[in-house]
Design a binder for this molecule. Structure first.
Ligand code: NAD
Length: 356
């Protein structure tokens, strides 16, 4: 039997609650589907990393993650870390940088039993994850911001042909497996060189995929289009910060930010991570929605299945996904979805559906 080594980083705020719930549901799915075993490698991150190693993303965690097949990343409350940690990349930024996880895939899809505010939608945001306006990602040393005087700061956005080409290929290849439509989101009417290059290179790559229809929108107009006609979009490709913002909006439009999954990948490594943060306002209350991280983990299973050509992982993924969708469709819902289930009650409801 193949054993997959999976890193588990519980993180801060609601992180431990939703990560524990996710591991429980994944184990139930693996037991049900059979044939796959997971070796969990628990590693410090966030406040646990600061307390044990003086670093929210300690070297030991990075070293051990290199030996895993992939990992689950709980959210971090990086905005609350002490001042000495504010000058470094936050834990997810650091892992994306160290492992060159250049592709951040963030789907938003309406689900049975969940109230969408935009009707039917089934779209995927393909976010460039290594440069753009998240300036700390652009540097080998430093964070890409310079304080010239106490009242003057320069923050650098970076756009390179190489990074745009590879994310554009990710988007067009994905569109070929879906409805064959790519929307490029930029702001080339104002940031003419930077996002202009992003638009130009995406369009050039698109010429290699003649079956895929291409259009583009400015980021500001795009937020309105998304609310007005979410059903219209298939694959959306955009730079780092626009993608982060747009995907929170898309997640909330189809039900809740708490439902929004994501996976961060390079050619040979993957990190499952919900789109949302550590939600300090509801941490420790057992009311967080664990679906975002659960569905991120389903995406990790599909990625692993493809990379290791292991169909048994697809069975585990579908078992887990069906359990989540059935629980939602049959009314098990956390408070953000208008329900009354606690995190543990919802998790139990999913485990029961999986066992059926
Ligand atoms: P947030 O995503 O944590 O919370 C925004 C709102 O959504 C809050 O009202 C919260 O209660 C709600 N929410 C989020 N996830 C939910 C869930 N699973 N279930 C129910 N409700 C949920 O954003 P924020 O408040 O801007 O940031 C809080 C902290 O998280 C900050 O320190 C920030 O830096 C960090 N953060 C981390 C990540 C990450 O780990 N990848 C991403 C974004 C923000």
């Amino acid at each position: 039997m193949t054993v997959y080594r999976i890193g588990v980083l519980y993180g801060d705020g609601i992180g431990p609650e939703i990560t524990k719930a996710t591991v429980e549901v994944l184990e139930a799915s693996a037991n049900k589907a059979g044939g796959v075993e997971f070796d969990w490698v628990k590693l410090p991150m966030g406040w646990e990393g600061i307390e044990k190693h003086g670093d929210p993303i300690p070297q030991v965690t990075k070293d051990e993650l290199k030996k895993t097949h992939g990992w689950l990343m709980g959210p971090h409350d990086s905005a609350a870390y002490p001042a000495q940690h504010q000058t470094n990349r936050n834990p997810s930024g650091e892992l994306r940088h160290v492992f060159d996880l250049y592709s951040n895939i963030r789907p938003a899809k309406t689900m049975e039993g969940v109230q969408s505010v935009v009707g039917e939608a089934d779209l995927v945001i393909v976010r460039e994850n290594t440069e753009g306006y998240y300036c700390d990602r652009n540097m080998v040393i430093g964070v890409g911001e310079w304080q010239i005087t106490p009242d003057v700061v320069v923050s650098a956005g970076v756009f390179t042909r190489k990074a745009v080409e590879r994310i554009a290929h990710t988007a067009f290849k994905m569109a070929m497996q879906r409805r064959k439509k790519v929307t490029i989101v930029h702001k080339a009417n104002v940031i003419k060189l930077g996002t202009g290059l992003f638009l130009k290179v995406c369009r050039e790559v698109g010429e290699q995929y003649p079956e895929v229809a291409v259009d583009d929108f400015h980021i500001d107009a795009m937020t309105a289009h998304l609310v007005r006609r979410a059903y219209f979009f298939d694959v959306i490709v955009t730079e780092n910060m626009f993608g982060d913002i747009l995907s929170d909006l898309a997640g909330e439009l189809v039900g809740s930010l708490g439902l929004a999954p994501s996976i961060n990948t390079s050619e040979d490594q993957a990190m499952a991570q919900a789109a949302h943060g550590s939600a300090p306002d509801i941490a420790g209350k057992n009311i967080a929605n664990p679906v975002g991280l659960m569905l991120s983990t389903v995406m990790l299973l599909d990625w692993l299945a493809n990379r290791h050509e292991d169909r048994r992982l697809i069975e585990v993924a579908r078992t887990m996904e069906n359990g989540i969708f059935q629980a939602l469709a049959e009314g098990a819902k956390t408070r953000d979805l208008g329900g009354a289930a606690s995190t543990t009650e919802f998790t139990q409801a999913v485990v029961e559906r999986i066992a059926r």
